[in-house]
Ligand binder design. Structure first.
Ligand SMILES: Nc1ncnc2c1ncn2[C@@H]1O[C@H](COP(=O)(O)OP(=O)(O)O)[C@@H](O)[C@H]1O
Ligand SMILES: [Mg+2]
Length: 291
């Protein structure tokens, strides 16, 4: 007789079969938010999930933020952080810190964690291979310094890395569209969505530090499980969605309009949230789709 423990293992694996059949060979873009990247143990489980996805043949792309790390280094250097409508005002000195932290420290740490777990990863930023081009952004007419809006995406370098079996890990600093020597800080949610569109991704998943879109920020049980673009619009208009959640929901809507089938905002603090989302029918977080 087979030990029932082994039977359970087999059941778990067999449950994943329809999802493996659906996603193998397809592209999934994951945005890992700075706010959910602060716990090292959880970070390691996120990396394991990415390695597993890539290992079974899902074209897995990681785009990351690093806001808290940027704030920490700026604090150490005695630089003040000013936000205009929730976006970090970035002067020339601030832009140096952003580039050092995002494209240097955070990006390379994520790559080394994937490699340490037996995966293959390559760290890139938007400057590499002309991946992300940006134009100077403003917030309601107010200057933000070296903050840019992504104006063009050339995914060829990422495609090549995927083709060679690597997990591309992307830091969202971009080259100026007019002058490539000018470097811009771009919102990682928006950049990830545009990359997902350019790669014709099947799924776009945002890992943040909340269970998903909440009706009441203080109540985790008020999770909105599913929403379509018109519902998202009213959630912004009535103020339910605010601050860092605004670019997230907006970029999900843009990604859907651009052909991405499904967007999910899930809790990156939950161990193996990615695996649960991709390989089971336990819908966690908020799913945003057209219907
Ligand atoms: N309706 C909402 N539901 C969930 N989170 C919300 C909502 N409105 C605003 N937020 C805020 O958005 C934050 C996530 O965005 P952000 O801080 O930019 O994180 P990340 O680093 O993942 O991009 C949450 O921590 C929460 O404070
Ligand atoms: Mg954010």
């Amino acid at each position: 007789m087979i030990d029932s423990k082994y039977g359970e293992h087999a059941q778990v694996l067999i449950q994943a079969l329809p999802y493996l059949q659906r996603y193998i060979g397809k592209t999934i873009v994951i945005k890992y938010g700075g706010a959910a990247m602060t716990d090292e143990a959880i970070k390691a489980t996120v990396m394991q999930d990415l390695i597993l996805m890539s290992c079974v043949g899902i074209r897995t792309v990681l785009v990351h933020g690093g806001g808290p790390e940027i704030d920490a280094l700026m604090g150490k250097l005695g630089m003040e952080t000013r936000r205009v409508r929730g976006l970090r005002y970035t002067d020339a000195a601030g832009m140096e810190v952003v580039q050092e932290v995002l494209a240097g420290k955070v990006n390379k740490q994520l790559v080394s964690l994937i490699q340490a777990g037996g995966g293959k990863a390559v760290g890139l930023c938007g400057i590499d291979g002309g991946l992300l081009k940006a134009r100077r952004a403003t917030a309601g007419g107010e200057d933000l310094g070296f903050v840019g809006d992504v104006s063009a995406v050339d995914p060829s370098l990422v495609e090549n890395a995927l083709g060679a079996g690597f997990i591309p890990v992307v830091a969202t600093v971009a080259s100026g569209e007019e002058d490539a020597r000018v470097i811009y800080n771009v919102n990682a949610d928006t950049a990830a969505a545009k990359l997902a569109m350019a790669l014709k991704a099947e799924k776009f998943i945002l890992l943040s530090d909340v269970p998903g879109i909440l009706r009441d920020l203080k109540d985790p049980d008020s999770l909105i499980r599913a929403a379509n673009p018109p519902q998202i619009k009213s959630l912004i208009e009535d103020g339910t969605v605010s601050k860092g959640m605004i670019p997230k929901v907006e970029c999900c809507v843009v990604a859907l309009a651009g052909g991405v089938k499904r967007a999910h905002i899930i809790d990156g603090r939950l161990p193996h949230a990615l695996l649960i989302e991709v390989f089971s029918d336990a819908g966690i977080g908020t799913m945003i789709s057209k219907d």
